[in-house]
Design a protein around this ligand. Structure first.
Ligand code: AMP
Ligand code: MN
Ligand code: MN
Ligand code: MN
Length: 273
């Protein structure tokens, strides 16, 4: 229930993603590109051709204080005007942010990174830090994309540039307004201390958020049990998704994650009858 394509920062086309899922025996899959639903049409066609059920989705970038959160919307209607317009608005500043990232990298002696990153981005308005990381790795300036994030691109590092995304309330309301279910993506990735984590999840629930990811490629397996407990405490449905970005970058392919614990109610119980 969480995968990326070339329409955001994934490496595969939606068709290639559906074909990979089919090879892995997946029977239902969500495409959840960052801040865009542009890949859903192609994905729907390819899913049909391979006999997989496509769950139309999106992963929305959100500011929560100083923290960037990701909220996944599942079963969204991409034609719902507030969702489409809201996503367009948060995509708008990405190119300007990219220019500022490139300027910061230039100060570190790395020239030409804007052009390099843009050349890797199929969808120019979805220019992502992931494209900068890939460009730095491909040009041998870091050993791999992870090192690019760890040394330069994550918060607190010299080429990190902050950006204004959606509010938590907006993201949840756009998703719900379009008929979808709002899922807090990889809650273990935000580094929030328990008090802030609980505050964040309580707000999310208050706005209408219904689920959290428990089993995800973005959690370490030893974290699953803790998020399973949190889901139970808050009464959230549970989601499971590879957060797949492509070969060589995401070790866990769609269809390769362990099952959710039997005590959890899967988010797909809302629509898979
Ligand atoms: P952006 O939305 O352009 O800020 O890029 C965020 C994307 O970069 C995430 O969706 C991940 O794919 C990737 N990313 C962010 N932080 C890291 C990290 N610490 N290590 C590896 N990839 C990361
Ligand atoms: Mn990503
Ligand atoms: Mn994410
Ligand atoms: Mn993701």
């Amino acid at each position: 229930m969480h995968n990326h394509s070339r329409f955001s920062d994934g490496l595969l086309s939606p068709t290639q993603l559906m074909e990979l899922a089919a090879r892995n025996g997946v029977d239902a899959i969500a495409l959840t590109d960052h801040d865009t639903t542009e890949g859903l049409d192609e994905a729907a066609g390819a899913a049909k051709a391979t006999g997989i059920a496509l769950v139309p989705g999106v992963e929305i970038s959100v500011d929560w204080g100083e923290t960037t959160l990701h909220v996944v919307g599942l079963n969204v209607d991409p034609t719902h005007a507030p969702l489409a317009e809201g996503l367009r608005r948060i995509r708008e500043g990405r190119l300007g942010r990219g220019e500022r990232i490139a300027q910061a990298l230039e100060k570190l002696g790395f020239t030409g990174t804007l052009e390099g990153a843009l050349a890797l981005a199929e969808n120019k308005e979805m220019l992502s830090r992931a494209h900068f990381a890939r460009h730095l790795a491909e040009t041998g300036r870091v050993k791999d994309t992870q090192a690019a994030f760890d040394k330069y691109l994550t918060k607190g590092k010299p080429a990190y540039v902050s950006h204004r995304w959606a509010t938590l309330e907006e993201a949840v309301s756009w998703i719900r307004g379009s008929g979808g279910i709002a899922v807090m993506a990889h809650p273990g990735r935000y580094g929030l201390k328990p008090m802030f984590r609980d505050e964040m999840l309580a707000q999310f629930k208050g706005f209408g958020g219904e689920a959290i990811e428990v089993v995800t490629g973005s959690h370490r397996p030893e974290e699953y049990a803790a998020w399973q407990r949190v889901a139970g405490e808050f009464g959230f449905l549970a989601s499971r998704g590879a957060d797949y970005h492509g070969p060589g970058e995401s070790p866990i392919e769609p269809g390769k994650l362990p099952a959710l614990h039997a005590s959890l109610t899967p988010v797909w119980s809302k629509w898979a009858h």
